[in-house]
Design a protein. Structure first.
Length: 762
């Protein structure tokens, strides 16, 4: 569509058609070109597009400088005109598409063609880089580069009013006016400017600011959020002055002051429709809201907003800093994710890992989306900590109110604690009526183990291989996930007995009817303990294998386990930290899916929506057994704020029917993921239920060989598609999918579509 109006204006001549990195050679006599098999009449711009496309896979992280250098060198020998510049980037995208399609076809026709097969990755990368760059933005950068940089004239005031930092409106992801989703309203910018006007007399936006108000959710392409202009807003009309001498005329619907290759574009200027030569300081009109933007593109207007893909230094040359026009530094600070990561590594323990090698700098969340400092959005598909969604206004207000009133330790007497524990006891399976409050899942599991040992007077606990339960001494002792600790199997203490993981997909026994075989193995383990005179204190397992990506246990497995453990006087612990609390949709507790009632349940993560909060729910007699070791106390566990957080999470889950949403959206997403498995052989299985799902990635379905490297690559590419997902499992080959429960069907489809695209490019 962009090329059609340009067809008649594009110059046609003899072209090489393939001047690429493969066909340019350098010898003693100098550079040369080979391979003239594609010589034909064609567009001059098309010949250049082939060269530019071949550069992209060499510099995928920052292609702009290289592209500008290539085009400038071409222009020096063969000057480009307006039509060439307008057509160039669409032609680059088309060239990338042709390379991808022809390469895939060649490999399909001739599987032994190593040259075509090895080039596929480069071709896909070049196409991916090209399609992510906005054509208007690249055209503006090219025009500026070819026109050359013109020195700015001395800039005077545009509006004769004194300003201070108090006049600056913050429209970034950090702005306090953006809370509670206010930024999503069409009037969001107007409301922020109006507030600043009320408080400071007039408002000024910031140059180079990535505005959250311009963010677009559920989109792979970078969004134009970075402002190259500055808006001045006042409650009453203000005179506007010419900041330099020049010709004032109406161009493209905006008044433009032009002088020696520099343009000042003015939107919102009221004046008679007359062109005029003006002197610096002349009054040129009035305004209530004026947007000013400087430009050096050789005549065309730069984009008002640009994506953050190109280095801002390039844009500041095209559309310079207008601070002098306002007598105030109006420049926003430029985000530096790499610098922030370096500072983190300087002082923060590096064993506390972060997602991705080059992570975005996330500073805001709203519902099931996250936003980085560039106001780019990411679909959060990994955050089962944030059960009711990011930035929920009810939770924010509840915490603010409670913190203003009281926050102290749980030895004081206050109403919120009992209200919360009553609610948890009401939700718990029958017979579990007593609650301990702690700060995390690790603490909850640690306490549950101590309860089992204290109640029975024994030490030995059975735990499932490959499981993860936490980082404290106790919870780590029953964790044997190799993905979290490669030495786990060698370092278990003598009071832990590991039993086979009931993994019906890749375990020692496979298939949906494997429960009997796993129970037979458990009988052997118990018989060995009996023979050694070891009595069992308890058994701990997730009722859904969360560490394997939501793999369901074989039907009847937990019922058989609990029967055997209780027959020996042991305590059965269900670790529901990841999989319980409504996430499965069809069941509130994971243990319900297995048809069992545990003796002890541990919960955390979701219950606090990001606030450190965990709980242990058990029977009164087990809880009272702890008195043998003294009293129990957790300073912040069950504090007034934590209790209010827990109550509010429960209220929101009920009022917004989030468990039901886990059913409708989760079942739909699972269907979409299984459809992907029908088209992509790398998808070996789809696990889980509700909104705890896992996509098992394998190199071959017969052997179920884990696709570990591919899983990491897929996660990186999904980040580029605007979705955050991470691998789990002992082989790190299962995509864990556990978004906030408020996720919509539309966002779930967006995720599935993005994953489909990424899998197709492997």
């Amino acid at each position: 569509a962009r090329l059609e109006p340009l067809r008649s204006r594009l110059r046609v001549q003899a072209t090489h058609g393939d001047v690429t990195d493969d066909n340019i050679v350098l010898g003693e006599a100098g550079p040369g070109v080979i391979d003239f098999g594609d010589v034909a009449d064609g567009w001059l711009a098309g010949d250049l597009a082939a060269t530019v496309t071949s550069v992209l896979h060499h510099v995928p992280e920052e292609p702009f400088s290289a592209v500008l250098d290539v085009v400038a060198a071409f222009h020096e020998r063969s000057p480009l005109d307006d039509a060439d510049l307008a057509a160039l980037w669409p032609l680059v995208v088309l060239r990338g598409a042709v390379l991808v399609v022809s390469g895939e076809q060649q490999v399909a026709l001739d599987g032994d063609n190593r040259y075509a097969d090895e080039n596929r990755a480069h071709e896909w990368l070049a196409f991916d880089v090209a399609r992510r760059i906005d054509a208007d933005e690249m055209e503006a950068l090219l025009r500026h580069r070819l026109a050359g940089t013109t020195a700015l004239p001395e800039l005077g005031r545009l509006i004769a009013v004194e300003s201070s930092p108090a006049n600056l409106a913050d429209l970034s992801v950090l702005g306090r006016d953006q809370d509670a989703g206010a930024w999503t309203a069409a009037s969001a910018e107007d409301e922020v400017l109006a507030r600043v006007c009320r408080e400071a007399g007039h408002a000024i936006t910031r140059y180079g600011e990535a505005r959250l108000t311009r963010a677009v959710r559920d989109r792979a392409e970078a969004t134009a959020t970075v402002a190259l202009g500055v808006t001045f807003d006042a409650p009453a009309g203000m005179p506007v002055l010419a900041p330099f001498a020049g010709e004032l005329s109406l161009v493209e619907g905006a008044w433009t002051l032009r002088a020696d290759g520099v343009d000042l574009w003015l939107d919102g200027l009221t004046r008679p429709l007359t062109t005029a030569r003006v002197a610096a300081g002349d009054e040129i009109g009035t305004t209530i809201r004026l947007t000013a933007q400087l430009g050096r593109t050789g005549g065309g207007r730069p984009p008002a907003f640009v994506t953050p893909t190109a280095p801002f230094a390039l844009w500041s040359a095209v559309s310079p800093d207008p601070s002098d026009l306002f007598g105030l530094d109006v420049t926003a600070s430029i985000p530096d994710p790499a610098g922030a990561l370096a500072r983190r590594d300087d002082t923060f323990a590096r064993v506390q890992e972060h997602y991705f090698a080059h992570p975005p700098l996330i500073e805001r969340g709203w519902r099931h989306h996250l936003f980085d400092t560039r106001a780019q959005s990411y679909l959060d598909m990994v955050n089962n900590v944030t059960q009711i969604g990011h930035g929920h206004p009810r939770l924010v207000e509840a915490v603010r109110d409670q913190w203003a009133r009281l926050n102290t330790n749980s030895r004081f007497h206050y109403e919120e604690l009992s209200r919360y524990t009553e609610r948890l006891a009401e939700l718990a399976p029958e017979g579990l009526d007593t609650v301990f409050l702690v700060n995390s899942g690790s603490e909850a599991v640690d306490l549950a183990l101590r309860l089992a040992q204290t109640h029975t007077g024994r030490r030995t606990v059975l735990a499932v291989k490959e499981a993860y339960h936490g980082w404290t001494v106790g919870s780590d002792s029953v964790s044997s996930s190799l993905g979290d600790n490669p030495r786990a199997l060698e370092t278990r203490p003598d009071w832990v007995t590991l039993v086979a993981a009931p993994n019906s997909l890749r375990g020692v026994h496979r298939g949906p009817d494997s429960a009997g075989a796993y129970l037979a193995d458990l009988d052997d383990d118990l018989a060995a303990l009996d023979a050694a005179g070891v009595e069992v204190a308890g058994y701990i397992a997730e009722p859904v294998f969360g560490n394997a990506g939501g793999l369901m246990l074989p039907d009847g497995y937990l019922a058989g386990v609990y029967e055997r453990i209780r027959a020996r006087g042991g305590v059965c612990i269900a670790d529901e930290v990841q999989v319980g609390f409504g996430r499965l949709g069809h069941y509130f507790w994971g243990s319900q899916q297995q048809g069992v009632v545990p003796d002890v349940i541990t919960i955390a993560k979701a219950v606090g929506n990001g606030q450190p909060l965990g709980a242990v729910i058990t029977r009164r007699e087990i809880a009272e057994s702890f008195a043998a070791e003294g009293s129990f106390f957790s300073s912040a566990g069950g504090s007034p704020v934590s209790s209010v957080v827990g109550l509010t999470v429960l209220d929101v889950m009920r009022d917004e029917r989030l468990q039901e949403n886990a059913v409708t959206v989760g079942d739909h997403l699972a269907d979409r993921l299984r459809e992907l498995g029908e088209r992509h052989p790398i998808v070996g299985a789809v696990h889980g239920m509700g909104l705890y799902l896992g996509v098992e990635l394998v190199l071959d379905r017969a052997e179920m060989t884990p696709a570990t490297a591919e899983a990491t690559l897929i996660c990186d590419r999904m980040l580029a598609e605007g979705a955050i997902v991470q691998p789990t499992g002992d082989f790190k080959n299962v995509l864990k999918i556990k978004p906030p429960l408020c996720i919509t069907r539309e966002s779930a489809d967006r995720f599935a579509d993005a994953l489909d695209l990424v899998l197709a490019t492997l």
